[in-house]
Design a protein around this ligand. Sequence first.
Ligand code: CP
Length: 306
Amino acid sequence: MKHLIDPLDLSVGEIDELIAVAQDIEQNPEKYAHLCEGKKLATLFYEPSTRTRLSFEAAMMNLGGKVLGFASADTSSAAKGESIADTIRVVSCFADICAMRHPKEGAPQVAAQFSGIPVINAGDGGHQHPTQTLTDLLTIRMLKGRLDHLTVGLCGDLKFGRTVHSQIKALSRYQGMRFVLISPEELRIPSYIREEVLHARGIPFQEVERMEPVLPKLDILYMTRVQRERFFNEEDYIRLKDTYILDKHKMQYARPDTYILHPLPRVNEISTEVDSDPRAAYFRQVQYGVYIRMALILKLLNIHAE
Ligand code: CP
């Protein structure tokens, strides 16, 4: 039984296969409409979510399956003190596969050790968010036609932003990738990403504080929000939250073929005036998230279209 806890749980070849299936799902949705009939997906969300939970649920419904679950710890027996290990043993009696989001880093990994069904990490604290990364990779492939020889700018809260950590891990395995890491000093990437991923693999990267000078270099600009819920101190959050606001004026520095991605939710870091720019791809990204999660559910349940 396979789980998806970390983006590196999938080989580059497996990710390429998932992307190919997702592209086929977009073109031929009817081919996939009944493949999960009789199957159930449990969504165990101990932390708020709009996109990840609902896109998992939409993905399973699009495949003809059913969904069950909870959307907050308060409405589950976690509120009575039940452990992750016991919860997943119980849920394994109800469902065929589950997606788990939890504020504690490593919680889905613990669940996988006790689970009778495949566990998908739907975001664990400030650690990893592998299915957002699959979404991002599919989006980049659709927009740029490739996943190699690209310069990707990641901007905002690179310390707590789990989508950033997962994306660097996954993209670092492709040839010719470069990263431009744009953040305030206090929100730079964790040292394990810098040392164990970027330095260890010899990936070229630079860390800068200002966005405008680097914009012309970028193929992709990945904006992120400052993660209020991970701060120990509200004053620090307020001081840092509006460090970067991408607006029409700043978009003039970006090339015509530079696409803007964002895992969402957006707070203030992309002005709504950018939404109508053809380079703004963050809502298309959400749609791609459904296709890639459909492909992932099929893979983990070992179901094939033909
Ligand atoms: N991108 C993402 O994880 O969004 P949600 O928090 O709404 O699931």
